[in-house]
Design a protein around this ligand. Structure first.
Ligand code: C2E
Ligand code: MG
Ligand code: MG
Length: 574
């Protein structure tokens, strides 16, 4: 049943209209003046507003302007109902953006028709919107599941297929193998053939693998490109020997020459295989094991096929050392935060920064977070590290505010493990209190893998943040399991488009289309959009045209130590 709000100061006219509408089967709300009308409209979000123009206090025009300014009430159809028959007031009403104008006393027929027309149009628009969202969702799903160079499924898609296969892994003795293929000498070949030739070669390898798969389809399930120059195959079999035979056939097939730009090119394929027997290993474990095995083949050169076994883990002594050193990193003051400016595209002003942690390792020098954050996650060390980062970032933002650098928003990355700590809310509020930073200036960056774990709990936690004014962004959007429809239900403030998307907008029209659509959709959901990894003027120009709000990237500045960041912002101010 459609809901209609009637704003009219004259008691008799109001009652008359309300009665008519009730008979027509509408649910009605009434307001006796403009101010009350605005309040009820925002509270009840009716499907249509019928409003008088001349009322004491706030008049009908002001009501309309007010509703059009608010995101929530902007699209509600608005019909003026007025005794003023003269043309100027009709025109004025329409100029303010009214959808229709009825002259009192309106007949039932007129009233009914005006309301029906508006409601039907609104329904058609809503239908179109949901269809648009669905097409967008399909295109998006295709992009995030496909390797753009080879057209093969990418790692997201591979992960999903793996999960499906695992559910079938019930019969005893049944084995699931993850075969990882690396191309030896690929860098050299790439140099010799040039960038375009290198890409052609990867496409040719992808085609050959696909053909192989098609001719041996009983046991080989899927081939994917999991990283540039790295392919993966999922295979099922009852015996390890059979898997090895198949793997050798693939190696042999790949050792045949490729013809690229008229030249014969030979590659040296390497294989790392990880097996899962009855015990169910998860995808990430199996992939990691296949990587370990692959690394072994690359080191030893021959033989070029290795099956993972536990003794290989000794080689990850490095990993162990990294872990034991990381334990002391906070205590020994080896961590430092770098800050990367976030710039408003419209004004070119720095409005905030993302805090990115760096580790000064006593022997290895600077270690990238991409390397040590995963170790910190695995070992739980992310909790003390994460707290240090938060405290440091909040204290720095407060100090900059006090020193007159401005009220800059500071964005802090939270890893999945951190986000799922039950006392996270308390920890953050405590840090805000200690550092004195206004919660409005803190933004938390979460990835999809962190939030989809327990959607209900996520929404609860985020609502708690929202209540105190802390902002929340979805980071690396487009790399995960992104569901655009899910996004609607989670109270985010910002959406950060991953650099892998930004990187393609200038060269691939389908990426440009999808990025534009994502920005529009995000705006519809009241989210601000941040583009990550903007490196060129051309990328910037596209983003500006698509009305992206903020950007971050080397084009403007890389992440900087605190002192250099401060200098950059100060210099831009003079
Ligand atoms: P992220 O949150 O997506 O951060 C953006 C990454 O892109 C940063 O890498 C940044 O240096 C890099 N970047 C920025 N502009 C450009 C550009 O124009 N081109 C390219 N190619 N790269 C650009 P960084 O600093 O190595 O951090 C990597 C990741 O490590 C971050 O990705 C984030 O997920 C994680 N990380 C960093 N600091 C923290 C932290 O304090 N806590 C947690 N949990 N994770 C962190
Ligand atoms: Mg981030
Ligand atoms: Mg990111």
């Amino acid at each position: 049943m459609a809901k209609i709000l009637v704003i009219e100061d004259d008691y008799y006219i109001r009652q008359n209209i309300l009665d008519l509408l009730k008979i027509e089967g509408f649910e009605v709300f009434e307001a006796l003046n403009g101010a009350q009308g605005v309040q009820i409209a925002k509270e009840k979000l009716p499907d249509l507003v019928l409003s008088d123009i001349m009322m004491p206090g706030m008049d009908g025009y002001q009501v309309l302007v007010n509703l059009r300014q608010d995101e929530k009430t902007r699209a509600i159809p608005f019909i003026f109902l007025s005794a003023k028959e003269d043309r100027p007031s009709w025109r004025q009403g329409m100029n303010y953006g009214a959808d229709d104008y009825l002259v009192k006393p309106a007949s039932i027929k007129e009233l009914r028709q005006a309301i029906r027309t508006r409601l039907d149009r609104q329904a058609a628009a809503a239908h179109m919107y949901s269809q648009k969202l669905q097409t967008l969702e399909e295109k998006f799903r295709h992009l995030i599941n496909t390797d753009s160079l080879t057209g093969l499924p990418n790692i997201n898609s591979f992960r999903n297929s793996f999960k499906e296969e695992v559910t079938n892994l019930n019969s005893p003795g049944y084995k699931l193998a993850l075969i990882l293929i690396g191309l030896g000498r690929f860098e050299k070949i790439n140099q010799a053939l040039g960038f375009g030739g290198g890409n052609e070669l990867l496409k040719a390898v992808a085609r050959r693998l696909t053909n192989f798969l098609e001719s041996h389809n009983q046991n080989l399930k899927i081939v994917a490109s999991v990283q540039t120059g790295k392919f993966a195959i999922l295979s099922t079999s009852e015996s390890q020997a059979h898997i090895v035979d198949l793997a050798n056939l693939i190696l042999k097939d790949l050792s045949e020459p490729f013809v690229i730009e008229g030249q014969e090119v030979y590659i040296t394929p390497f294989m790392g295989i990880a097996l899962s027997n009855n015990e169910k290993k998860d995808f990430e474990t199996l992939l990691k094991q296949a990587e370990v095995a692959l690394t072994q083949t690359l080191r030893k050169v021959l033989p070029n096929l290795q099956i993972y076994n536990e003794t290989m883990e000794c080689s990850s002594l490095e990993h162990l050392l990294l872990e034991s050193n990381l334990r002391h990193a906070v205590g020994r003051n080896e961590l430092e935060l770098y800050y990367q400016p976030q710039v408003a595209l419209a004004t070119n002003q720095v409005v905030g920064m993302e805090a990115l942690v760096r580790w000064h390792h006593p022997l290895r020098g600077m270690v990238s977070p991409a390397e040590f954050i995963p170790v910190a996650e695995e070992t739980g060390l992310i909790i003390p590290i994460g707290q240090w980062v938060l405290r440091q970032a909040c204290a720095q933002a407060k100090a900059w505010q006090l020193s007159g650098l401005g009220s800059l928003q500071v964005a802090v990355n939270l890893s999945a493990h951190q986000f799922n700590q039950p006392d996270l809310g308390d920890t953050i509020e405590k840090i805000l209190k200690e550092t004195g930073l206004d919660p409005d200036l803190l933004e938390l960056e979460l990835t999809e893998s962190a939030v989809i774990h327990d959607l209900e709990q996520t929404i609860k936690t985020l609502n708690r943040f929202k209540a105190v004014g802390i902002k929340v962004s979805i980071d690396d959007f487009g790399t995960g399991y992104s569901s655009l429809s899910n996004l609607k239900n989670i109270p985010f403030n910002n959406l950060k488009i991953d650099q892998s998307f930004v990187r393609q907008i200038t060269s691939k029209p389908e990426y440009a289309t999808i990025v534009r659509a994502i920005i529009e959709m995000a705006h519809d959901l009241d989210l601000k959009v941040v583009a990550e990894g903007v490196e060129t003027k051309a990328e910037r120009a596209f983003l500006e045209q698509f009305r992206c709000d903020l950007m971050q990237g080397y084009l403007f500045s890389p992440p900087l130590p605190a002192a250099s960041f401060e200098e950059l912002v100060r210099q831009r101010k003079i």
